[in-house]
Design a protein. Structure first.
Length: 248
């Protein structure tokens, strides 16, 4: 099944003060809560400028990483699949998110099985397929189950290898449009992107995937938003929202 990658809805959650205890692969300093809140407000404002209806959920102090809601669920027009994060400290976040896509948008919710581990940051949904990167937080059982769950909805699941040390998968790639993937050389070399047009991320720009000039040259309109504090917790620009268009 092919469907539009454009979205009309987004679910977000405000950062909690406990964010300073958030998970990180490398310690580059604790995030500044006030600055993160300002960046988050800019993020929501930008989503709304596109015409997206944004639902803002309150912070969850018990879960330091709660602002990164993308990891908790995969929202498709046919329904929402609640993830089972690979980090044990984040399992409660998924349970807290579970009622929201269903209650607010009437979507079906399918909960992952106990042996499966999947996080939304390891999933890139294109118009042709659901690409899932195997990582330290998303295992083979999780990818197999996710594929099983999306298949009846008409979607094709495909596993992509995530290079060593990359967490999550979308740290090294993103989707500017339905047929284009923005990717580091190491991620594109791992395979899985052959059917897409690629825009390379220069090696020196890996941390932020900040290739503004290349995107502008390719015809995209670019809006710059601060992400320095989320980046300290391995958070990319897609991490703070669940984006989707409800089905009929």
């Amino acid at each position: 099944m092919s469907f539009s990658t454009h979205f009309t809805r987004a679910i977000t959650r405000r950062p909690a003060a406990s964010i300073t205890r958030g998970l990180r692969a490398m310690d580059t300093g604790s995030p500044d809560l006030t600055l993160m809140q300002a960046h988050h407000a800019d993020y929501i404002a930008t989503l709304r400028e596109t015409g997206t209806v944004v639902i803002e959920l309150p912070p969850l102090e018990a879960y330091p990483d709660n602002v990164f809601v993308e990891d908790t669920a995969l929202c498709l027009p046919q329904g929402a699949i609640v993830m089972r994060p690979g980090a044990p400290s984040r399992l409660g976040e998924a349970a807290e998110m579970a009622p929201h896509p269903q209650a607010r948008h009437g979507q079906e919710v399918a909960v992952s099985e106990a042996q499966s581990h999947t996080e939304g940051g390891d999933i890139l949904v294109t118009e042709a397929e659901v690409l899932v990167g195997r990582s330290a937080r998303t295992n083979a059982a999780g990818i197999a189950e996710l594929t099983r769950l999306v298949t009846p909805w008409g979607h094709k699941g495909a596993e992509v290898q995530t290079p060593p040390g990359v967490l999550p998968f979308k740290t090294d790639c993103s989707l500017p449009d339905a047929g284009t993937i923005l990717s580091t050389a190491r991620q594109s070399a791992s395979g899985g992107f052959a059917r897409y047009r690629l825009i390379d991320i220069p090696k020196a720009e890996k941390a932020a995937a900040n290739i503004r000039d290349r995107l502008v040259a390719a015809g995209y309109k670019v809006r710059e938003i601060g992400n320095s504090e989320c980046a300290k917790l391995d958070g990319a620009m897609s991490c703070p929202s669940l984006r989707f268009t409800p089905g009929p």
